[in-house]
Design a protein around this ligand. Structure first.
Ligand code: ZN
Length: 273
């Protein structure tokens, strides 16, 4: 059994501010260590449940957050950017299940730490076909393209609820209760790391027993629609051939999810100017 641990930083233990997840700020050094520890807890849980291989994708910012010198030595780390599959780098047909660590809710969510959708400066909303979702939905659909389910998520209560609502009954580790965008009741790392380890262990056990829901596979063709914050962002995104424009919304229709993912990333890169 081979597991991909796809990581982000906003849903890591104790995180409540942008400074804590942004390189160059004094607090960042502490929280990249806590991110590494949350990831290590998931790696331990996966191996405890009998996983043969664990691959990690460092999916926040420039993909250079996890401290490799402190990473559980049994795992491999995909780091750096841009990589072909970004937050899902390492995903291929050999992966049996995907774990999301440190995930956050989509933009506009109440009681959600650092809620945003891929880019807090450009993207208001995204839809996959007609499903309003966040980056968790995009990443789950990439996993689905390679026929693997998402089996666990860690983050605040709202992130875990949104992923569960989209994907069905999977294991969750709620490491903090958000009361606003920048405020939460947080559990200590000793507590959350054990929660994450146990959730990952249960998730991989359930996967091995065939007791996990089916992969998230979208009907084709796949339309990805991005609502930008301003019209100049939409102006730039529509430079991509075959996009369609409706106000600040730009959509692209393609035949497979990896192309939708790349088209979405290209739109956001262009929109940023
Ligand atoms: Zn992030």
């Amino acid at each position: 059994m081979k597991i991909l641990i796809a990581t982000d930083m906003e849903g890591i233990t104790g995180v409540t501010t942008w400074e804590q997840v942004t390189p160059g700020h004094a607090e960042y050094a502490r929280f990249r260590r806590l991110m590494t520890q949350d990831v290590n807890a998931a790696i331990r849980g996966a191996f405890d449940a009998g996983a043969d291989e664990v691959v990690v994708a460092d999916g926040h910012w420039n993909g250079s957050n996890i401290l490799i010198e402190e990473l559980d030595a049994r795992a491999k780390l995909n780091t750096g950017s841009p990589s072909p599959l970004s937050m899902m780098e390492g995903m291929d047909e050999s992966i049996d299940g995907v774990i999301f660590i440190g995930y956050h809710a989509r933009n506009g969510s109440p009681s959600a730490i650092l809620d945003h959708t891929w880019s807090s400066k450009t993207v208001a909303n995204i839809w996959l076909n007609d499903i309003l979702t966040g980056e968790y939905g995009l990443n789950a659909a990439v996993a689905g393209h390679f026929d693997a389910p998402v089996i666990m998520v860690s983050g605040d209560q709202t992130a875990c609820a949104q992923v569960t609502e989209l994907l069905g009954d999977l294991e969750t580790a709620v490491v903090k209760q958000a009361s606003g965008r920048f405020a939460a009741e947080c559990l200590a790392p000793q507590v959350t790391q054990e929660m994450i380890r146990l959730s990952a262990e249960r998730a991989v056990e359930r996967l091995a027993q065939g007791d996990m829901h089916v992969p998230f596979v979208l009907g084709t063709p796949i339309t990805v629609t991005v609502e930008f914050f301003t019209s100049d962002m939409a102006d730039r995104a529509t430079r991509i051939p075959f996009t369609k424009r409706d106000g600040t919304r730009v959509s692209l229709t393609v035949q497979e999810m990896t192309s939708a993912y790349n088209g979405f990333r290209a739109m956001v890169m262009l929109a940023a100017g």
